[in-house]
Design a binder for this molecule. Structure first.
Ligand code: DX5
Ligand code: ZN
Length: 216
C-alpha cells in the first residue's frame, strides 16, 4: 500500500520565523508543503501570494502544494508557476473556464488539482477527471485554519474514490484533520492529508505528524 503523504499547511506556522518552521516540518517528516492562498473575495480571509512563496522556495526541497482560494485564478497562474509551485489547485466553484485554467497549469508542466467545497456536488468533477492529478476534498469551509472536520467528508471521499476509477488521481483532504479522523480518511481513499493546527500545535512536530500518519 502506498505511503500516506502529510502536507502541513503553513497557514498555522509562526510567520515571524517561517523559514525555520518550514525546515522544522521537513525534518519532522512532512511530504509536501501545503500553501493556502486566500484573496478576501473567494473566501473571507487574506493570506499571501506569489512573492511570499518565491521567498521560501529555496528553504526546502519538498514540493509546494499550492491551494488557490482565489477568484479569478487564470490571470495569476503564471505568477504562481514562477514562484516555484509544484502542484497548483484551483476551486471548481470559481466562475471561470475551469478547463482553460487546468490546461494553462498543465502547459507549464505543473501538476494540477481541483478543490471542492463541502456543499458542492462531487459530480461537478466528472468533466475534468481525465485532465487532473489531484482532488482536494474540503473537509471544512475554506477560509480559516482550526475549524472542525465535517463528518460527511468521509462519504464524499469514498464516492470520489469510486468516481475516479483507474485514474491516477490523488485524493487530498483538507481541513480539521487530526489523529481522530485521519484513519478514516485514509480508509476511505485519501492519499494526502493536509493538516495545519494539528501539525503546528506545541513544539513536537515530528510526533504530531507521526500520530496523524499512523493513527490507524
Ligand atoms: C482552509 C485551508 C486549510 C487549513 C488547514 O481554508 O485550506 O488548509 O488551513 O488547517 P487546519 O488543519 O487547522 O484545519
Ligand atoms: Zn488548503
Amino acid at each position: 500500500m502506498q505511503k500516506i503523504k502529510i502536507a502541513p499547511s503553513i497557514l498555522s506556522a509562526d510567520f515571524s520565523k517561517l523559514a525555520d518552521e518550514i525546515k522544522a516540518i521537513e525534518r519532522a517528516g512532512a511530504d509536501l508543503i501545503h500553501i493556502d492562498v486566500m484573496d478576501g473575495h473567494f473566501v473571507n480571509n487574506i493570506t499571501f501570494g506569489p512573492v511570499l512563496i518565491k521567498s521560501i522556495r529555496d528553504v526546502t526541497e519538498l514540493p509546494f502544494d499550492v491551494h488557490l482560494m482565489i477568484n479569478p485564478a487564470h490571470n495569476f497562474i503564471k505568477d504562481f508557476v514562477e514562484s516555484g509551485s509544484d502542484t497548483i489547485s484551483i476551486h471548481i466553484e470559481i466562475p471561470e473556464n475551469i478547463q482553460a485554467t487546468i490546461d494553462l497549469i498543465k502547459s507549464f508542466k505543473k501538476k494540477v488539482g481541483l478543490a471542492i467545497n463541502p456543499d458542492t456536488d462531487i459530480k461537478q468533477l466528472v468533466p475534468y477527471l481525465d485532465s487532473i492529478d489531484q482532488i482536494i476534498i474540503m473537509s471544512v469551509y475554506p477560509g480559516f485554519a482550526g475549524q472542525s472536520f465535517i463528518e460527511n467528508t468521509i462519504d464524499r471521499i469514498s464516492s470520489v474514490k469510486k468516481m475516479i476509477e483507474h485514474r491516477k488521481i490523488e485524493i487530498e483532504v483538507d481541513g480539521g484533520i487530526n489523529s481522530l479522523v485521519s484513519g478514516r480518511c485514509i480508509d476511505a481513499g485519501s492519499a494526502i492529508l493536509v493538516a495545519g493546527s494539528a501539525v503546528f500545535k506545541g513544539s513536537l512536530y515530528k510526533e504530531n505528524i507521526q500520530i496523524i500518519r499512523n493513527n490507524k
